[in-house]
Each structure stands twice: as C-alpha cells, then as structure tokens.
Design a protein around this ligand. Sequence first.
Ligand SMILES: *Cc1c(COP(=O)(O)O)cnc(C)c1O
Length: 429
Amino acid sequence: MKNAKIGTKCVQGGYRPGNGEPREVPIIQSTTFKYNTGEAMAKLFDLEESGYFYSRLQNPTCDIVAAKVCEIEGGTAAVLTSSGMAANFFAVFNICSSGDHIVSSSAIYGGTFNLFAVTIKRMGIDVTFVSPDCTEEELNAAFRPETKLLFGETVSNPSLDVLDIEKFAKAAHAHGVPLIVDNTFPTPINCRPFEWGADIVTHSTTKYMDGHGSAVGGVIVDSGNFDWTKYADKYPGLCTPDESYHGVTYTERFGLGGAYITKIVAQLMRDLGSIPAPMSAYLLNLGIESLQVRMKKHCENGLAVAKFLEAHDQIEWVNFPGLESCKSHALASKYMPDGTCGVVSFGVKGGREAAGAFMEKLNIIAIETHVADARSCCLHPATTTHRQMSDEELLSAGVSPDLVRLSCGLEDAEDLIADIAQALEAIKN
Ligand SMILES: *Cc1c(COP(=O)(O)O)cnc(C)c1O
C-alpha cells in the first residue's frame, strides 16, 4: 500500500485480510485477550513482544484504523484517542512536564485554547500564544530554554487562518523542538503537513474523517523525523529509562519512528485512558473510506456558498481561503492547492442580533455545535463554543462577535444557497 495513491489508501489502508478472513475491518469488541501461559503475557507487559492483552492499551480494530490514518498522513506510527481534545492533550503532555513551556498559534480551536491557557497551566506547563501572522522575529522571541514544542492548526477552527507551516517548522527546528499541527480541517486529503516540515500531526476525527457525525474521536500521527536523541536532555521521557515501564528507553527500543507513539500508549493510555471504543474506530474507518470523494464535494460547496455570500449586499464580510479576496488565499494555494475544507465564516450586516435572527430562519442548514459532517450546519461561536473567551481573546483567535461559522455539507450547493437567500430575505426590514 506504500506506493498507492491517497484515495486507495483511504479505502484499503491499514488492513490486508488473509485467506478466508473478513473483507471488512472486524470489530473486536473485547476488553481482554486469552493466553496459554503467564510467561507469554509477561513478555507483552515488558514490551518485549507485541500483541494484545487489554484494550485500554491496544485493540486490533483501533490499531487497524490508526495504521490507515498513519498511511494517509505519511507517518511512521499513530494512535487513536477517544476525542480530538485527548489527542491534543496527549501530543503535548507526552513531552512536557511541570516547569516546561510551549509556544502555540493563537488561532486554534476554542477547546484547545482553553486546554493550553487554563488546564495545562494548572499542571505547571506555561504557554505563549503567537499570532499565526507574526514575523519570524516575533515567533523566535516566544521561545525559552524550557520550550518543548510549537503548536498550530493547519486551518484554524473557526477563524480559517491557514498556517505557514514552513515558517513554523523552521522556527521550531531552529530551537530544537518539534512542530505539532492539528490537521483536522483540511484532512490529509488536502494538506500533508509532514511534507512541509511538521513533525507530529493530530486530528479531531469527529469532523471530516468520520464525516457523518457518528463518533467522537482523535488521532496522533508521528512522522518519525524529529530526532529526540539530539536533544536528549530536553526529552528525558523519551531518551532515558522509564522506571514506570520496566526501565525501557523508548528511543532505543522503538527507534525514532516508534518512540513517541509507543510512549503515549505505554504511559498515557495506561495511566489516563482515553481510548476509543472498537465500534467507534470501525465507524471512523467507514468514514475514511469515502474521505477523498467527500472532501472534494465539501470544498466545492464551500466555494459556491462563499462566492454567493461575497456578492450579497446583506453580508458584511466573508472568509473562505478559496476566495481570492481572503487573506489566507496565498497560503492556502501553496499548502492546499486542491482546496481547504467546506467551512465558511461570515458576518451578517446588523452584527450579533442579525446573525442570530438569520440562523433561526434557515431550514436545510441546522444550528449545531458541530462542523464538517455530511449535513450542513451553522453556529455563532461568540455565544457558544468560544463563550469562555474574553472579547480580547476572541479577537486574537480571529473570532469577531458577529462571526457565523457555516459548515457546508454534502447537499447540493443550489439548495444551500437557496436556503441562505430566503433566510437573508426573511430578516430584511
Ligand atoms: C473539534 C476540534 C477539536 C476537538 O476535537 P473533539 O473531537 O471535539 O474532542 C480539536 N481541534 C480542532 C481543529 C477541532 O475542530
């Protein structure tokens, strides 16, 4: 499968059934696995042999789907998590401890912003936020000796800023730390961050990868490119023996391609849980099978709706990286030439109140705290997903109080446009 194109990997990656085995990914709905001797199981516990013993650590269905995502991102190892938030938390906590520091783009998902600004601070991990548009000097100035990673979103939710991945990777590597990017919105169909220098990729698979609003989930993929051993003092968790796991040194035993993900499984999954159910992994796999076909349609619908909105006199502004007028257009053309995603944000003339009235008049497009599934939906972040943030934080995350986030689904664009047109007509006074 290694040399196959991405759409083929989406359909068949991760699983090659043998003679007489199920063609479809089997759901191994079992918490535990049987062994004939205690010694056989002990070897698994010692990470001397690979195999299954308890589904909090590993499950065959989840591993198949993780392997598929790993193939389509072009990584060396991957692990599924129970949510996108768990993926982002584990990606950071795997290499940070109390006293450490991270640098993050300020244009990130509201939940991740809160994780960094509030929750991991309580664990003694400090954060500096930088604008994704910052200069190289400003970016470099944010690093400290105790900085362990740089974080960003390839296309930010909901502000739709496109990350200058090369600029961020260059700064991260100049300071001897990995660049971790959340690639949820473009998915590997539209953007493959490892090809631009990112070291680790996370996803909320709840969004386009699942694509049908059926299962919350996340994934972490390692490129295997970051050389932890070059900075062994900075990453003792990966480069020195783990006394909580029989003295294993992850980089020695599993190499650069496997150390980071194995540590997540052996330590963080063991101690904190956050595994998906095998059934959820199975549903995710069904979604990924059609990911390439769906992303194309989401992007087409997004562009058609964005163009309609841009030409409408009741619309104050439109943000969609596919529009030439959008500030992220140049970066989107470079990193995601086939399109970004189906999410469009815009302001309705009349501000916060007009946005609310408009949304209530929609018939096909539903008001939901979701994006990126088959059914079109919309949301007013300032009063929902981002309500914990101050006006100042909102603006630095690129979310204006009048912003409506519209996720274009897989319906016909003509119907979405007609729905928007009638709702705008209905609020005219
Ligand atoms: C939704 C989202 C998350 C959080 O994922 P959950 O699956 O809801 O936990 C993280 N990052 C981005 C970009 C998201 O859109």
